[in-house]
Design a protein around this ligand. Structure first.
Ligand SMILES: Cc1ncc(COP(=O)(O)O)c(C=O)c1O
Length: 226
């Protein structure tokens, strides 16, 4: 069989859901060791099941779901997302503002492809959910990391983000609640980062996939409120 060479533009892409680290973790598990995986969020493993009403609605509507839907996604689903954002206090959102994807991953890849040119920079949290790093590298842009250290409760420092935002920087990514750390950022921090983004003309990309999976007592602050 002819060898299939990896194309050059993938040489900088690392995605530790299925790279060498994941392979090594697999080997360790096969050897009987227990491994805690901080590289992927998998809430279903911890009992966070799809609500019964959603399961039933999917099953009920399967017969009508052949063929393409609206290019932005199914209308009632976009309405529901817009209503959920309005319920959080985000004003002026309607279904036209909402794009559905096959999971968050697809939308991360598509939005970064649409935004970035080779040589651009994107500010990402360290540690990050690794798809963000991989997707930025895939476009030829460069990830620049702001620290989320244990000493600060894994909460980012808006002043550091301000210092790191170079003229080549196009976007700042928030992962809030964060995977892998579980940190939920205080409203003042979210507001300060939104202000930094505005000052530097950066797109603020807020990955809030875990907004309903919070530690007791934590309150989630949507970036869209700022
Ligand atoms: C922070 C974060 N964003 C995005 C994703 C990807 O989400 P999806 O499975 O919907 O593509 C994950 C999955 O683990 C995640 O943890």
């Amino acid at each position: 069989m002819l060898p299939i060479a990896t194309p050059d533009h993938l040489s900088r892409v690392r995605y530790e859901i299925r790279g060498p680290l994941a392979r090594r973790a697999h080997e360790m598990e096969n050897a009987g060791q227990s491994v805690i995986k901080l590289n992927i969020g998998n809430p279903a493993m911890f009992g966070f099941a799809t609500p019964d009403a959603l399961r039933a609605a999917v099953a009920e509507h399967l017969p009508q779901s052949d063929g393409y839907c609206h290019q932005k996604g199914i209308g009632p689903a976009r309405e529901a997302v817009a209503a959920a954002m309005r319920a959080k206090g985000v004003a002026g959102v309607d279904a036209d503002d909402v794009f559905m994807g096959n999971g968050v991953s697809e939308l991360i890849l598509m939005t970064l492809e649409a935004l970035l040119r080779p040589g651009d920079e994107v500010l990402l949290p360290a540690p990050d959910y690794p798809l963000w790093t991989a997707a930025v590298a895939l476009t030829g842009a460069t990830p620049v990391y702001y620290a989320c250290t244990e000493e600060r409760g894994f909460v980012p420092d808006p002043d550091e983000i301000d210092r790191l935002a170079s003229p080549r920087c196009r976007a700042v990514v928030l992962i809030n609640p964060n995977n892998p750390t579980g940190a939920v950022y205080p409203a003042a921090v979210v507001r300060a980062i939104a202000q930094v983004a505005e000052r530097h003309g950066l797109v603020l990309m807020s990955d809030e996939i875990y907004d309903r999976i919070l530690y007791d007592g934590a309150t989630h602050e949507p970036a869209a409120l700022h």
